[in-house]
Design a protein around this ligand. Structure first.
Ligand code: ADP
Length: 493
């Protein structure tokens, strides 16, 4: 129970109030005692002087015992709490009203007596109480003189048994009881209000703790926001905490979702790749097994055919693996480009040259459209060649015989663009956005490219993006497809 913040705060408040109450009682008792002593001593300031004046207690250097007895008797009647002592000039007790067995000291220090007699003395002043060894009490005193010579002092100790216990007086005094009662009730009220206030203040913390608990235990039903404050507005520290927690929880959710998506994509990719790798591998194995098993019965021509088949599939496997490796490296964050100025027109010419035989073989015409004085571009020539080769090869693959492929270079403002256009089978509009995804192949059953793994366009797109550009595609099924991208013109110094 004590582990909750509310309980700890409530306990601390009660402890503090207890201390305040105790301090109040001590202060009240002390000041009341002080006040009573001050008032009593002021009221009785001239008591000793009046007594001494009314009865000359020392006559011709000796104590007038009869006069003394009259004084004692008179005071016993007026106030039994008052005790009268006759002191010598040195403070020694000469006579007293108390029974002798009660007297504990034979001398009274004269310092406080002189202070009391000094004009304008600040009261209360406490002096020795002959009835006690150590206690000091308020008193009234007056010098007794005869013939101008100091004979001694009349020393009246004010307050006997009835003044001893201020606590007892507090008990009996109505005003004190009322004061104490009001103070106790106020403290109790503050305690109750404080405990309720802490419960209210810690309520939002408890709610937030519950939300954090449910987040930790991955409760899908947890509310998305704590509702501690309007979103974006923090009223106090608890609101700030709640908003920060909400933001953090959202971020963790997003990251978990992104990780899950990445994991799904990775699994899909592995499935696609293993599928794509399995097909040429199976063909390769088939060719090799046939050669092994039917070695004796196969003629030289058939053997060559199987060997050629094995070679073709091993090449395809090699290409797939290279593409995969390249895409992975290109997608890594810290991929560095080795850029240099080069002539895009010349590169396009080289690529066209490379694929001319392939186009001729398929009965396609391959045209290039290059401006005479095209300015150089800035880029990684090896990677850009890769993009051009991928696009040209695709154009050839997906264009039926009799078709035409155009490779064009066009200058722009600070950027030079390249376009690879064909009059091929085209790509359906709904599939266009997906052709750049890795492993995506439009209608695999179309059989347009048995060699492909759907990685070529993903690689091309990534390379163009690394150069700060965008690979765009326009296509119409049955009419043709055009891929375009641009590169920054090289700075001329
Ligand atoms: P692939 O290795 O299968 O060619 P790509 O990533 O290069 O993989 O291309 C993805 C898919 O986009 C291809 O499978 C093909 O269906 C489609 N495609 C790419 N280029 C063309 C094009 N010029 N004409 C028609 N379809 C194309």
């Amino acid at each position: 129970m004590l582990r909750s913040l509310h309980a700890k705060l409530a306990l601390a408040l009660l402890g503090l109030l207890g201390l305040v109450g105790l301090a109040y009682v001590i202060l009240t008792v002390t000041t009341t005692r002080f006040h009573i002593q001050e008032v009593t001593q002021s009221l009785n300031r001239s008591l000793a002087a009046d007594l001494a004046r009314s009865q000359p207690l020392i006559k011709s250097g000796t104590v007038d015992k009869a006069a003394l007895k009259r004084v004692f008797d008179m005071l016993m009647v007026v106030n039994p709490a008052i005790e009268v002592y006759l002191l010598g000039a040195d403070g020694k007790l000469i006579a007293y009203s108390a029974p002798p067995e009660k007297i504990k000291r034979g001398r009274v220090a004269l310092g406080p007596v002189r202070d009391f007699l000094a004009p304008g003395a600040k009261l209360p002043i406490r002096g020795d109480d002959p009835r006690s060894g150590s206690e000091r009490k308020i008193f009234s005193a007056a010098p007794i003189t005869e013939g101008g010579r100091l004979q001694g002092y009349l020393y009246v100790v004010l307050g006997g048994e009835s003044y001893q216990s201020v606590a007892g007086m507090l008990e009996t005094s109505w005003i004190m009881r009322l004061g104490g009662g009001v103070a106790a009730a106020s403290l109790a009220l503050i305690a109750v209000l404080g405990v309720l206030l802490f419960a209210w203040l810690t309520r939002r913390l408890r709610r937030l703790t519950a939300r954090m608990e449910s987040f930790r235990s991955n409760d899908p039903a947890r509310p998305l926001t704590s509702g501690a404050a309007a979103p974006g507005r923090a009223a106090d520290e608890i609101d700030t905490l709640a908003l920060t927690f909400d933001a953090m929880a959202r971020r963790i959710d997003e990251q978990v979702a992104a990780l899950e998506e990445a994991n799904t994509l990775r699994q899909e990719l592995i499935a696609n790749i293993s599928h794509d790798l399995r097909t040429p591998l199976a063909s390769l194995q088939g060719a090799i097994e046939t050669l092994q098993m039917k070695d004796a019965s196969l003629g030289a021509e058939e053997k060559r055919r199987y060997l050629a088949l094995a070679h073709k599939h091993s090449q395809r496997l090699g290409r797939l693996i290279t593409d995969l490796f390249d895409l992975t490296t290109l997608e890594s964050e810290d991929r560095q480009l080795h850029t240099e100025p080069f002539s895009l027109a010349e590169l396009v010419q080289d690529v066209a040259q490379r694929f001319r035989a392939m186009a001729d073989e398929k009965g396609l015409s391959l045209e290039i459209d290059i401006p005479l004085n095209s300015s150089p571009v800035e880029g990684d020539i090896g990677l850009i060649e890769r993009v051009l080769a991928n696009l040209t090869e695709n154009a050839i693959k997906y264009t039926p015989a009799g078709g035409r492929i155009d490779l064009g270079v066009h200058g722009g403002a600070g950027r030079i663009s390249v376009r690879v256009r064909d009059t091929g089978i085209g790509i359906p509009a709904d599939e266009l956005p997906r052709v750049f995804e890795r492993s995506y192949r439009v209608g695999k059953e179309r059989g347009g490219g048995p060699d492909g793994a759907g990685l070529g366009l993903a690689i091309a797109k990534r390379i163009v993006e690394l150069h700060g550009g965008e690979l765009l595609v326009e296509s119409e099924p049955g009419t043709g497809t055009a891929f375009t991208f641009d590169l920054p013109a090289a700075r001329t110094t």
